[in-house]
Design a protein around this ligand. Structure first.
Ligand code: M6R
Length: 366
């Protein structure tokens, strides 16, 4: 059942070219300029005219929501707020009929997310779901939605569900932007082509597995690790840190790289590994300076960079080169090496990667 892999997590990481492909299949055809998510068809105008989009989720799904915030705001010019379901439901949130809520959940059973949906629904909001498990509780509680079609995810650490969630949310944003006219036709068409190319680029990242295993060997005994990214790669830093802490039990934190100087920089010495997600995008030069700041304090830098990068290669202790892509789609690619890095570190530390201590696949307790 593990398809020849030692763990479900590794199998699911390696499934991603296919699972992302399955998620896009029948919905996107770049050559024909076709993009359609049947599940939200009746709600397109509602979303297009929304005053605000509220994204509600927990854990890794919340990270996918953060990526979606950047994408929706950039493409659709609709204000977005991303909320932890548990915080949203226990305060007295301002939400009403003009709000569209997108609830993201792999399992479709997360208790806090479900309760947050019921609360928003009682206040008149339109609720869309982005879930993986067909027929689970959350899709049944929403007005409409789109499944991620990633296939069953068994490993407690979410991997292929995360990339499928981002794929669906990107398609939603592109559909709405196209309807709203907030993206130039040429930009829109190019993004469709870029999105269709993602599965092949993910496959190229998987080819880096052996190289990443060697890096893991060097850092497996670390007791702390910092993950830094900016822009679209900031949520990827959070996700990389969560993956490491949940399966290897190494304390890890993700931060927006620019926030380093407001606190975390105090932690940096020769024993501190810092993983930078520093692909070529609008914030590249800024993150290069952040890498210099870490190196000046003797931190160990592992950098995920765009293929052919020489500037960071000259400063970092290790580089992991991933294929170039439109910056908005980079999280789908830059997260892959981080999944592999935490997997190998956890295996080397003798941890139970598929069922880490104290964690459950679906959190149905409040
Ligand atoms: O099933 P859901 O997407 O609602 O689950 C949310 C979180 O419990 C989940 O993402 C959790 O953080 C994972 N263990 C992360 O790998």
């Amino acid at each position: 059942e593990k398809g020849g892999y030692e763990h479900f997590m590794l199998k699911e990481i390696f499934e991603q070219p296919r699972s992302i492909g399955d998620c896009l299949r029948g919905r996107l055809n770049a050559q024909e300029g076709h993009l359609h998510l049947g599940g939200i068809h009746d709600y397109i105008n509602k979303i297009k005219n929304a005053d605000r989009i509220l994204i509600i989720a927990c854990g890794t799904s919340w990270h996918a929501g953060l990526v979606a915030e950047y994408i929706f705001e950039e493409f659709c010019r609709i204000p977005v707020e991303v909320e932890y379901a548990s915080e949203f439901r226990y305060r007295n949130p301002v939400v009403g009929e003009k709000d569209v809520v997108i609830a993201i959940s792999q399992s479709g059973e997360t208790a806090d997310t479900l309760a947050a949906i019921e609360l928003a629904k009682s206040k008149g909001a339109t609720i869309l779901g982005v879930c993986n498990v067909v027929g689970s509780s959350i899709p049944r509680a929403t007005h409409a939605g789109s499944y991620t079609h990633a296939g069953p995810e068994i490993g407690v650490a979410s991997t292929k569900a995360f990339t499928a969630q981002i794929s669906v949310l990107t398609m939603m944003a592109l559909m709405i932007a196209n309807k709203k006219g907030t993206l130039k036709e040429s930009v829109y068409r190019n993004l469709l082509i870029e999105l269709e190319a993602v599965p092949d680029k993910v496959a190229k990242c998987l080819d880096l597995n052996a190289q990443i295993e060697l890096i893991a060997e060097k850092y497996k005994d670390a007791s702390n690790c910092l993950y830094l990214g900016r822009g679209y790669n900031f949520p990827v830093a959070l996700e990389g840190a969560l993956k490491l802490k949940e399966i290897s039990y190494i304390h890890a934190e993700g931060y927006p790289a620019a926030e380093m100087k407001h606190g975390p920089i105090a932690l940096i010495d020769e024993n501190m590994p810092v993983v930078f997600i520093a692909t070529k995008d609008g914030s590249y030069e800024k993150i290069v300076s952040n890498i210099q700041e870490v190196k000046a304090r003797k931190g160990q830098v592992i950098a995920v960079v765009t293929e052919g990068d020489t500037e960071i290669a000259a400063m970092a202790d290790h580089i992991i080169e991933v294929p170039a892509a439109h910056e908005a789609l980079m999280p789908l690619i830059s997260v892959i090496p981080l999944q592999l890095l935490s997997y190998h570190i956890a295996v080397m530390r003798g941890c139970n990667v598929d069922q880490p201590r104290n964690l459950a696949k679906s959190v149905t307790v409040e």
